[in-house]
Design a protein around this ligand. Structure first.
Ligand code: SF4
Length: 146
């Protein structure tokens, strides 16, 4: 959508009933990337109106055009000021993390809280397998063999 000044607005749609910090962080990166090419007039988060959803008495995956008013289902909130304030942090993180993409070896990082927060990591199965392979077996530990 273009504003009266002819600049676009970016909309991020989430199937959630609340605005979480992690969404704003995601949008801050998107804002930086998009704004690099085209000036954005606004960055808007669209999310589910929990009160309306509750009033329908149906789960999200059972909603249709017949049993739900799509215009009432979503809320919109500008997060432009928040994402603008995060730009120095996003830039610093890119500078810090970009060199990692040039590495040819996997980083040696133990599994931990980062594997599930803020999202379930897609590599968990792989890392679990690697962690088990690196752990010495019970018998090896018992008899002190390597
Ligand atoms: S599961 Fe994901 S977050 Fe956890 S150590 Fe492996 S790559 Fe990193």
């Amino acid at each position: 959508m273009l504003t009266a000044r002819g600049h676009p607005i970016a909309y991020e749609v989430k199937s959630t009933t609340e605005v979480k910090d992690v969404y704003i962080k995601d949008c801050a990166l998107q804002y930086m990337v998009i704004n690099h090419y085209v000036h954005l007039d606004d960055m808007v988060l669209i999310y589910i109106d929990g009160d309306y959803l509750e009033s329908l008495g149906k789960p999200l995956n059972e909603l249709t055009e017949e049993n739900c008013d799509i215009h009432k289902l979503f809320k919109m909130q500008s997060i432009l000021e928040e994402v603008k304030a995060m730009q120095p942090m996003v830039e610093a993180n890119i500078e810090r993390l970009l060199p990692m993409t040039w590495e040819t070896e996997e980083p040696k990082v133990a599994m931990g809280e980062q594997c599930t927060k803020p999202y379930e990591c897609e590599f968990k199965l792989y890392c679990n397998r690697c962690a088990k392979m690196e752990k010495p077996s019970f018998f090896k530990r018992l008899f002190g063999k390597k």
